[in-house]
Design a protein around this ligand. Structure first.
Ligand code: ZN
Ligand code: ZN
Ligand code: ZN
Length: 438
């Protein structure tokens, strides 16, 4: 049984850290957890609000509300009140003066901003923090030996940016080797915080949450209450069972998931879903044509789809994305059905563009096509499915389609009550939206 500091470490009740066969350390349940039950909560060790959400959320507690007050100096950070502003100052001060000085040229990546905060936090805390009851930040895997040149270069660019934007206000930065390790650790142990519609709010490190190993058929889901991560059971968990989280989007077929996990997290997934591949056939649905497409034809279409998805990551302009989506949907639609995950990927992108351009009918049409196949491809409790029902429900209500709206919101609510818990303010908000229609 692991215990680094037996006297001070309290662990997490009902769970323990253990050596998972073939997976290194992991988290194991010591008692039964029912579906929807909170397994544990973990405050962020460090976190940063994404630049795009400035003014909509408090920088310190991530509360979403109107009428936040501005930092008088930089006028770019927003807070609930003086307490939140004071609480955030040790972190914000590194950026406040720099943002004024650099103006529009102040542009460190979110990873750089997060790492700067981690360094600052490390300097001010010598003891084990409440975020590290089972796993210390220092124990994070870095997988430095498995880094390719592309990852090395990105790492170097981040280190250069850290020096450039923070050296003035973050004195005695760690040495080169320590920084390389820190960035590598953040890349495979960092989390992104999303809201109930899965919009990106920020980045954070939650050491105890990072202790959980991955499964494509996870038994817990991580949601956020402000800057606190909450881990809830989405399957019954028996005493002695390992607690598994999912690190990736579970929409895609086994081969794609394995590729992604190997590339980003450096392991080969051998979970139950990767072994049974039970959903692959439905995820890769092919049209019933008079002449069956040859396997080579299907394979080349998959290659095409993956290339388009990769191009998307680089595309900056929404108009380009919509054009690419329409083109690829037309091409792939000659072989793939509308329930095929590559078709769904493109439709999801298209829906995002429609929402951005406030084309509500367009967004609704895509949402209607996406939501049912989503609920087949994803696990029973999935934030992707819940957020799709939520977006669709809100679109319906905006378009005065009351009964359809309420129906979709209720579907979202059923998942969120398990994943977010009954007392979450996102749940309360959806309940209120349903109530208002009565
Ligand atoms: Zn606040
Ligand atoms: Zn400021
Ligand atoms: Zn797997």
């Amino acid at each position: 049984r692991y215990c680094a500091e037996p006297s001070s470490s309290q662990g997490i009740e009902g769970t323990e850290r253990f050596d998972s066969p073939g997976k290194g350390r992991g988290l194991r349940a010591l008692r039964h957890f029912a579906v929807g039950e909170l397994v544990f909560a973990c405050p962020a060790y460090s976190y940063v609000l994404t630049v795009n959400e400035r003014g909509a959320h408090c920088e310190h507690c991530f509360t979403r509300k109107e009428d936040l007050s501005k930092c008088g100096k930089c006028k770019q950070a927003f807070y609930c009140n003086v307490d939140c502003q004071r609480g955030d100052w040790p972190m914000h001060k590194m950026e406040c003066v720099a943002m004024c000085a650099y103006g529009e040229n102040w542009c460190p990546s979110e990873t750089v901003r997060l790492v700067a905060r981690m360094i600052q936090k490390q300097k001010s805390t010598a003891e084990r923090t409440p975020s590290e009851r089972l796993l210390l930040l220092k124990e994070f895997e870095s997988h430095l030996d498995k880094m390719d040149s592309e990852k090395d270069e990105m790492n170097q660019a981040d280190i250069a940016a850290l020096h450039h934007f923070y050296s003035k206000h973050l004195h005695d930065l760690p040495g080169e080797q320590a920084l390389i390790e820190l960035f590598a650790q953040v890349n495979c142990n960092g989390f992104t915080i999303e809201d109930e519609e899965l919009s990106h709010l920020g980045s954070a490190v939650f050491p105890d949450v990072a202790l959980m190993n991955h499964s494509c058929s996870p038994n817990v889901i991580v949601t956020y209450k402000g800057t606190v991560a909450e881990v809830r059971a989405v399957k019954e968990i028996s005493p002695g069972e390992e607690v598994f989280n999912s690190y990736i989007d579970l929409l895609y077929p086994t081969e794609d998931r394995k590729e992604r996990l190997l590339d980003s997290y450096f392991f080969t997934c051998e979970c139950t879903e990767c072994t049974s591949k039970s959903k692959d056939k439905a995820k890769m649905a092919i049209k019933k044509l008079s002449t069956r497409p040859e396997p080579e034809e299907i394979q080349s279409m998959v290659c095409y789809a993956k290339n388009v998805i990769e191009e998307f990551r680089r595309a900056k302009h929404y108009k380009n994305i919509l054009f690419m989506c329409e083109l690829s949907l037309e091409k792939m639609g000659t072989i793939f059905t509308d329930t095929n995950v590559y078709m769904l990927h493109m439709m999801y992108q298209s829906m995002g563009v429609c929402l951005y351009m406030q084309d509500w009918d367009g967004a609704m049409n895509y949402g209607e096509k996406i939501v049912h196949p989503y609920s087949v491809h994803y696990p029973a409790y999935s934030l992707n499915v819940a957020s799709m029902y939520l977006k669709l429900g809100r679109l319906y209500l905006g378009l005065e389609k009351k009964s359809q709206g309420v129906k979709a919101l209720k579907k979202a609510l059923a998942i969120m009550e398990v994943a977010h818990g009954n007392d979450h303010f996102y749940v309360a908000e959806v309940k209120r939206e349903i109530q208002e229609q009565k």
